[in-house]
Design a protein around this ligand. Structure first.
Ligand code: SAM
Length: 203
């Protein structure tokens, strides 16, 4: 039987965080932040991990941040690094928030661990949780990472077999638009030797 993903992330929380600094995404963060139309807003970070760099970046700019992650070890680290961040230890597919609760929603290197069949429902929830002027930013896996146009399976990462899932960029854009978003940018970025699609959308 496969080890559950939350257990795997519990196992390498410390190592993951030590290596996290190798992934420099300051320009992406700043560009997303600069496009937001509110000051001191509220961010939801899905799959927040240890809260660095996203939670930290927004907290430092006087935003309130809620992080969701199903790895309690990752959240223990987040409590040390970003104690101001409110955290919820849960599968991001199981949480719910009141409509319009957030000014921005991020899912950085996390959505690709959620089965693609569940993406449309998650995008719909994100759209509902976001206020009408809000924006989302998420990382999406594509064949540049998995080698296949669509993927539902396991790949080695830091010595463990991790579950990844994605559809094609075109099918992704359709899911995002069907949820009510307008896509504002979609760029392939190589960060730390790994290429993913970085998508921003307006609520
Ligand atoms: C690659 S790490 C990225 C962490 C953080 N966003 C960052 O950029 O450093 C993926 C994180 O997503 C979490 N995660 C994966 N699938 C999840 C799910 N379905 N619900 C909640 N958290 C999830 C993992 O526990 C892990 O902390």
């Amino acid at each position: 039987m496969r080890k559950p993903l939350a257990e795997i992330y519990n196992g390498f929380a410390q190592t993951y965080e030590q290596n996290r600094g190798l992934f420099d995404m300051k320009d992406l963060l700043e560009r997303f932040y600069d496009d937001l139309e509110v000051e001191k807003g509220i961010l939801l970070d899905l799959g927040c991990g240890a809260g660095e760099p996203f939670g930290r970046f927004f907290v430092d700019r006087n935003w309130r941040v809620t992080g969701v992650d199903f790895s309690d070890r990752m959240l223990e680290m987040a409590a040390r690094y970003v104690p101001e961040m409110k955290t919820v230890c849960a599968d991001m597919r199981d949480v719910d928030f009141a409509p319009g609760s957030f000014d921005a929603i991020t899912a950085i290197y996390s959505l690709f661990h959620v089965p693609k069949a569940d993406h449309p429902a998650l995008f719909e929830k994100m759209r509902r949780w976001l206020n009408p002027t809000g924006k989302v930013l998420f990382t999406y896996a594509t064949k540049e990472y998995t080698g296949s146009d669509e993927f539902d399976g396991y790949k080695e990462f830091m010595g463990e077999q991790l579950y990844y899932s994605h559809t094609t960029p075109e099918a992704l854009y359709e899911d995002v638009r069907n949820a009510g978003f307008t896509i504002s940018s979609s760029d392939y970025r190589d960060i730390g030797g790994e290429t993913f699609l970085w998508v921003t959308a307006d609520g």
